[in-house]
Design a binder for this molecule. Sequence first.
Ligand code: DX5
Ligand code: ZN
Length: 225
Amino acid sequence: MTRIRIAPSVLAWDLGDLRGAIEIAVEGRADQVHLDVIDGHFAPNITFGPGTVKSLRRLTDMRFDTHLMISEPLKYVEKFLDAGSDLLTFHAEVLDGASFDELRSKIRARGKEIGLAIKPSTALPDWAVERLSEVSALVVMTVNPGFSGQTMDPGLMPKLESVSRLVAERGCSADIEVDGGVEPDNAREVVKRGGNVLVAGAGVYAKSDPVAAIGILRERAEGSP
Ligand code: DX5
Ligand code: ZN
């Protein structure tokens, strides 16, 4: 089975203390840090940009999983590469085959990885299905983009399952990353439906012991009692 990975989303922490958020992820032995970049246009919130990612990069070697909820990916891709992002995930809603290809070339040229995200109401477009083998992570959002602390819509489990099946049937190695409302009590279900990277904002940072919460999520996802 594909290895389960836990990706704490720092958006759920005090944004004035992102250093603290990174330290928690490192201490809890997370696999990657999920950095939510929102431009106030693609989704109704504004978070941080490449300058912040660059500052955080100095703190750790942990993989930076940058979720770019922005309307103009091509305008900013180089800036996030320069900042030290490892996985750069863009939304299918603002792309087509040609712009995806352009982003992929720029990212590949720097030895980094590209991901594709879809909102709860978005089906994977045909151009994306044709390019699945080039995608390192398919991010299935289980809440509407913008904020941490929302509840996962359980009605999205069949969608998660069909997207996971599609990736497997095509023999692709893309991670299936689930983003939105992941908590210990739904982590196993998410894995059963094909998710292998679990993003968790409130599921880590809103807990009384966030460091321990990372391990708890992992255990639950792996099926430990
Ligand atoms: C929402 C972000 C998510 C969010 C997850 O727009 O993409 O990554 O921070 O937070 P939780 O796990 O609290 O739903
Ligand atoms: Zn996210």
